[in-house]
Design a protein around this ligand. Structure first.
Ligand SMILES: C[S@@+](CC[C@H](N)C(=O)[O-])C[C@H]1O[C@@H](n2cnc3c(N)ncnc32)[C@H](O)[C@@H]1O
Length: 253
């Protein structure tokens, strides 16, 4: 791995290394991320990439909807999101500084044949100079709440995006409810998320992300609240953005 810049928090990397063996367990420690993929992330991307004109007419509504689309998955972890996007036809590059997770991703991809996925063990800041305006879309899923400098990581991510391309984000809001529901209830009362997985100090509001994105010539197109129901034990979209949210922005031409 090349030298990491300051956005990486070493204690976070150590924690992710511990989760590595359990990464692909749908009922394991990162169950919430597994469930978020079909309920939130894929629908968000399907509508965004279609609106952007990136989905080929003949592929609309089909299982290969992302065919030909070049996607950078920032903070790809063990490949949980990169793999389904590639299965839908996308050409995916995943970048992540946690070596054990990149190893897990490279191992898991072997169950499929001929998927267009490449994993790089590095930070997005380190690879952005060689990947300027190379991708149609960037995914930034549940990474913002694990880095020390979101602005720097977003800047590098947007640099890799082609003008007119889309960036998709999911993260946790920096509010009292973000702490109460996201940390106190999910981690300490219900134990659905590993204790200590999140730090309210690292959460960020959609307004702050919008401000950073504007600085990097991106226009926020939508911010949607997302909700993990303790009753249904699953995710859905909601109008309330106070705990979790999903958003997308376009890089202006
Ligand atoms: C909660 S995990 C999310 C993984 C993946 N996006 C998913 O949802 O399955 C956050 C990931 O961000 C990665 N990360 C932290 N700092 C990063 C950086 N500067 N560039 C790229 N990835 C980073 C971590 O190693 C970790 O795998």
């Amino acid at each position: 791995m090349a030298e990491s810049k300051s956005s990486v928090i070493q204690s976070e990397i150590e924690a992710f290394n511990k989760y590595a063996a359990d990464w692909w367990n749908p009922n394991g420690m990162i169950k919430l991320l597994h469930q978020m993929i079909p309920a939130i992330r894929i629908p968000l991307m399907k509508s965004g990439l279609t609106d952007a004109g990136l989905v080929k007419e003949e592929n609309k509504g089909k299982s290969n909807m992302f065919e030909g689309i070049k996607i950078l998955d920032v903070g790809s972890g063990g490949g949980l999101m990169a793999e389904p996007m590639a299965l839908m036809g996308a050409q995916v590059t995943g970048v992540d500084p946690t070596q054990k997770l990149v190893d897990v991703a490279n191992e898991h991809i072997k169950i499929h044949e001929n998927l267009k996925v490449e994993y790089i063990c590095d930070t997005v800041e380190n690879i952005s100079a060689n990947n300027k305006e190379k991708f149609d879309a960037v995914t930034f899923f549940d990474v913002a709440e694990h880095v020390s400098d979101v602005r720097q990581v977003l800047k590098a991510s947007v640099e890799c995006l082609k003008p007119g391309g889309r960036i998709f984000i999911t993260t946790w809001n920096k509010t009292f409810m973000g702490w109460f529901y996201g940390i106190f209830l999910l981690e300490y009362v219900f134990g659905i998320v590993p204790r200590g997985a999140h730090d309210i100090k690292l959460f960020i509001s959609p307004e702050k992300i919008t401000e950073y994105l504007e600085e990097f010539n991106c226009k926020t197109l939508e911010v949607r609240g997302t909700w993990y129901s303790l009753w249904k034990r699953d995710w859905s979209f909601t109008s309330y953005t106070g705990v979790f949210y999903a958003m997308q922005a376009v890089k202006e031409k």
